[in-house]
Design a protein around this ligand. Sequence first.
Ligand code: SF4
Ligand code: SF4
Length: 643
Amino acid sequence: MGGRIEQFGSQVSLQIDNVLYVASIISGTRSFKYRLKYFVEETYMAKTKAPADKMEPAEEIKQDGKVVSTKRTAGSEFFWTQSRCTGCNRCASICPVDAIKLDRDKTPTKRVGTAPCTRACPAGLDIPRYVRFVAEGNAPAATAVMREKIPFPSVCGYVCFHPCELECQRQKFDEPIAIRALKRYAAENDDGSWKNNLKIAPSTGKKVAIIGSGPAGLTSAYFLTLLGHEATIFESMEYAGGKMFYSIPEHQLPKDILNKEIKAITDLGVTIHTSCQVQSVQTLLKQGYDSVLLSTGVLGLDEGLLLPCDETVESDLMQGSDFLKNIKSSTKESLGDKVVIIGGGSEAYNSAFAAKSLGVSEVHLVCSRHAGSKEASPEEVDRAIDAGVTVHPSLDFAKLVRLDGKIEGVELFRIRSYGYDKENKLHYEIINDTRRFIAADTVITTVTPNEKPGADYLSVVQPGVFAAGDGISGARSVIEAMAAGRSVAGLIDKYLGGEGNLDETLAPPEKNIKPLNEPKGQNRSQVELSLVKQAGGDKVEIEKTLSPEAAKKEAQRCLRCDIVHQVHDYSLDTSSCTYCGRCVDACYWDAITSGYGYEAAAKKRKAEITALEEKNGVYNYAIRILPVAIGLMIIAAAVAKLF
Ligand code: SF4
Ligand code: SF4
């Protein structure tokens, strides 16, 4: 809030300042001294003005592997990023010396995939487009937009960890748009009209076997079917859904919501064989499948557990997915008084919360990252902490400590630093001499064998055999697994002779799209909570779906970052720039930012202006004393005449 008040306040004062300046020049009310000062300053500036300093041509300027700009001024005083610029012209309008020029389209258009929320979404959902449909009261069209990328809009509306909200531009003014809540609202008010525009390609005669019916496998089966291939899923468990069914508690994701979306996939022609363990990929290929996808997820891994720091299989560790799957048969007595959970993702926080709900008095969650790393949603983290779970960040598993064969606890390394390099590979530095012990009766791990966070989500195992999802990336979020399932469907299609093109339009076209250059509306709509009784007797808070009025109001807060006046050229003339910084402050989208040459250039220009003012000071002094001097001269002349 503070930021917003400050920002609006400074903009208002800047505008008042500009208006007063222009008004004073026009009306002539500005004092002679100031008029002279501006006259001299402008004359001086005009004389000393270097030839216009055009910005360097568009190129990608990268820092730590990320594009930070596409253009910069010669001395790197300013960076301008084309993909962020909406062509709103605020910077050019506010510049007092007219240094900024934009060559932009007059008519606004949609720029696909550039809104910050869409860029943050692992599956690349066109968020502003579906948010606008919600704002218009058209929930089915909003759901159709989501279905262009994933077949699980409802599931994501319930459990997605919403990285989009972290990047939402609206938070610069107050709070981010409640994107996940809007998704849930739209999906729950869908009428199935997305099917009207669904196109299923004619049969290619190709068959794909998919091992595992988790989010990656089901998403892949859905898109392969649309491309005309015959997709058959083999699931070793009794029910389809993988971690969506077995690892997410009912109060977080009701099974009927999940099953409804799985049914929409089987209705298209996907076959799912449950309770069916596949023994050999080669057998499937021999049976006539043209391609095989391994999307077993962490539930399907039966190689035993191998943690990053331990070369031995720790068979006494309980797998988090097994714990959640068998939660109904777990008791406080079977777990003991103290439980340690290893891992920092959704599964870890859900396991910790479930253990607490069963009445375990001490539950510790140990993770190498900070609390609430990106694989767990803020709600999952908060719920676990509210339930009494103690989170220990910056620790990594070293070994189990046993006494007479019985688990006594875990020994942990302390981690000094943790991060990803440019290739998205994980690096962390362990402080070897600071081991820590936490007592435990049960140790549950959610870390998958040889987990390498940041590893590829999909890979080609051998020609025709592909792998995707948690089985190769380690436990990740549901939306990341869906994104992997969609991408691998494109790869499989190419292998089978297709073009791998998954683009489709299920929603109706939008009419009269206009940019929204100023925030409108009130603060974020709050999602209501209700108390639900758990199996263990405890009550938990669950989110309710937004009402139609609240959803509409919330959606109207969106800034429509994807609707832009296309900018063809942008220039900033540093020779006339006074480095007042108004353009940078005015840009809501951080498209024009100060670069590393800004400070030095600003200092230099300030020194020039100070020197100019000092020079003006001599003129001003001369002007001030002129009447006195003339008066004295007249008096002196009169006195001389008298005598
Ligand atoms: S304001 Fe709207 S378009 Fe912009 S980032 Fe937020 S949700 Fe996306
Ligand atoms: S740089 Fe920023 S303020 Fe200027 S036109 Fe682009 S988006 Fe608008």
